[in-house]
Write a protein of this length. Sequence first.
Length: 676
Amino acid sequence: MRSRIGVYICSCGTNISENLDIDQLVRFSSGLENVAYVKTHALLCSEDGKSHISDDIIKEKPDRVVIVACTPKEHEKTFRNVLQKAGINPYLFQMVNVREQVAWVTADKQTATEKAKAYIRAAVRRVALHEPLEKREIDCNPDVLVIGAGPAGMEAALTLAKAGRKVFLVEKNSFIGGRVARYEEVFPKLECASCMLEPKMDEMLHHENIELLTNSEVREVLGFLGNFVARIQKKAGFVDREKCLGCGACYEQCPVTVRNEFDYNLSDRKAIYVPYTGALPNVPVIDTKNCLRFGDSGSSTYREAYELGLITLEEYEMFRNQDCSKCRDACSFDAINYEDTDEIVERNIGGIVVATGFDLFDPSVLSQFGYGSIPEVYTSLEFERILAQTGPTGGKLLMANQKEPRSVAIIHCVGSRDRNNKEYCSAVCCLYALKYAHMIEKHAPEVKVYDIYADWCVPGKDNQEFLDSVAGWKNLHFIHTKLPMNIAIQQADSTIALSCVDLAGKKQEFSADMVVLCPAMIPAKDASALSDILLISRGKDGFFTEGHTKLAPVSTNIEGIFIAGCAQGPKDIQSSVAQASAAAGQLLSLLVPGRKLELDVITAEIDEKACAECRICIGLCPYKAIVLDREKKVAVVNTVLCKGCGTCVAACPSGSAKSRHFTTQQIFAEIEEVLK
Ligand code: SF4
Ligand code: SF4
């Protein structure tokens, strides 16, 4: 049956008409099979252009439409909506991009016009083969999963919860607040970090719309915007949060002492512990690796002693697997339950915010910095704990020998801005290095500080003032180098010898009792696993990639999943919190209770008769949208999950997987016409 195709050609101001002969295109298109009429307009995407198309459709009654204009990425949806309003199925439509693909890239006008003719011919032939597709809608779940309970995750959770959304906040640690909760002060106002965070943490812990799942990790997520299902592993903590009062009687009695990784191994903790004083929720957890009664691996204390030859194998065997119950005996509230087990819980949500924070580049791989071999060389996170009142020295600036250093060297850009390591700037090191100078000056004004930097990166409205405020301090010496990576650090008797070449090319040699490195911020360790679970992309630096650097800075490649804070890239607390609000705002506008969500109509389908049950598509589908019907012995597409990516269609050896709106017939017809 013949079609009646209407063709509309846009000049896009002069973007298209300047380099294409529109009159020639009109004459050419009018002569194509099935074309009933051809119209032109100066700007089809304008309000006037859109009403021009819809009035015309009502008058001319085409059964299919071709629009010759710009990229479908920008306006395919616009024109589909126009067609829908004018009473034509929006999929009986094809768009030809003669702006980006022709006018802007083909210099010669006649060559460009010929190229455009080929594209129009292909679109006209293709659209005649289109089938109408019907819109599908489903209910949308307004609840949200937030992954990570640092400042960004907490901000997103609270914003959503206050707007009435149920929020499931998943945190892999036993406490909330992220790394910031372990800092003493934050730049540039030198506010007390815990005073700043505690009201938020408290509000969050008591908010009726927030379910906090600590010691938990997301293991699987299926679904799409409005209808995700998350499977979350809740690890056994062995202490009942409802019964525990946080009195600490249990860990006082625990006989095992190990290094405290939450203090970067600068202090000790017990096998039942809260990671640091003031951690919230104030509920201890049992570390089964080191606890005597969960003796699979035995206490590392005893294991280490055995490995060092300090105890015999018999003694080690005797100590491990002990039926210790000292913590349970000490607890007056019956809060300790050794029978607790890991469990998998499922939560249904409509959207996800990923706020998993950052880790630090390991400076021990750069031997020039002496980290790991020279005892008084610390990373910035370790130094944060030394400066913290809840840390290993109670906030006193002390070295391992409990003496105050006479001098401290702070080195910026360790592993950052370096082609061989991390090429990017970590954005916050200059500012926290200044914070250290301020804090050292406040606590120990006689201590000499060397600040070795390459450039100052202090954007933001209060930060230049923060830098200016240290000018003229008699004990603060700035050394401007080309790149601090070229520094050499060596242990020299009781002090540390440093040398580098300054910007003037002069060798600078000095000594310090303590060295603080400012390593690059890197993606959190679990970013790669989470990216596989959520199917969201990461950039070459490993951080999650935003939808568009400027226009969609908190979106991801998966609709309904947003990123906030350092999960997206290095940034300060202000920017992290701003991103979290933006992510929450996006979800609030997308997941409106009672509103329906439109599903993709361009999906795959599998011809049951032709399917050979090879299961190749099941393994390849990136959206986990294909399952095996065991009774019928065929692969079946779940069209709710299918995104129409076409992977299965390309991979299916029997040709039984097909994509609606991208059939072999349609694609071949288009190619044939372009190549004619
Ligand atoms: S003794 Fe009991 S109530 Fe006190 S902190 Fe330990 S588990 Fe909680
Ligand atoms: S087109 Fe195929 S591979 Fe792609 S999402 Fe749909 S079922 Fe999965």
